[in-house]
Design a protein around this ligand. Structure first.
Ligand code: MN
Length: 231
């Protein structure tokens, strides 16, 4: 009995599962590593199992641990989105690791196995908005790929809903994101792609373009449509 209780206590932090953007934004420090929501091999062969284990279990966990270590007493009970919204007032460790935690937690929720992803459909509202901003869904994908391939060094590509409801594509360096007060393009992330080498190097080596092109095979459009619909 005691052993079971002890095990539950040990597991509790990892059960802090941020499954939606809303929950993630409301999460307060100390922050916890969310679960993936699928097995580490579920995204293979687009993203291999070893990459997922390292990316989630080591890289993302380090962002969470370093973020918690970088925050002070006065930051307890602040939501992650509040912290990111005034990140210019914090040390770089909060910008890098707070962004790292938010970005990866969000990223995991955007994907699913090829089989499951193929069954998800884009909402008509998202389709209409993409057509309005980019002419067609195909054009949007092309433009998103161009931006993702164009990130110099480490960073992210984003589909962002700006405050006036427009969809735009942006790229950020390192772990910056559109929720940060320092971002050039601000708004609510709808879709994101991690183009750090740690996200794809084991399978793709230097071929980032192949990783970016394959990403569409595992995008969960139902989830992306939900993010698009959230106010
Ligand atoms: Mn990453």
């Amino acid at each position: 009995m005691l052993k079971v209780l002890a095990l539950l206590l040990v597991m509790a932090p990892s059960l802090g599962c941020a499954t939606t953007r809303g929950e993630l934004n409301k999460a307060k420090s100390p922050f916890a590593l969310p679960e993936l929501g699928y097995a580490a091999n579920a995204l293979a062969p687009v993203i291999d199992e070893a990459t997922m284990n390292l990316h989630h279990g080591k890289h993302h966990k380090a962002y969470v641990d370093n973020l918690n270590a970088a925050l002070g007493e006065q930051d307890k009970a602040k939501s992650l989105v509040e912290i990111l919204g005034s990140v210019s007032k914090y040390p770089d460790a909060v910008r890098n690791n707070g962004g790292g935690h938010w970005n990866h937690s969000f990223f995991w929720t955007l994907m699913n196995s090829e089989e499951k992803a193929a069954k998800t459909k884009m909402s008509s509202a998202l389709r209409k908005d993409l057509e309005k901003s980019f002419g067609s869904v195909e054009n949007f994908k092309k433009e998103f790929e161009t931006q993702a391939k164009g990130v110099f060094g480490s960073g992210w590509a984003w589909l962002v809903k700006t405050d006036d409801g427009k969809l735009v594509i942006a790229k950020t360096a390192n772990q910056d994101n559109p929720l940060m007060d320092i971002a050039a393009v601000k708004g609510k992330p709808v879709l994101a792609l991690d183009v750090w080498e740690h996200a794809y190097y084991l399978t793709y080596q230097n071929k980032r373009a192949d990783y970016v092109a394959n990403f569409w095979r595992i995008v969960d459009w139902k989830q992306v449509s939900k993010y698009h619909a959230e106010r």
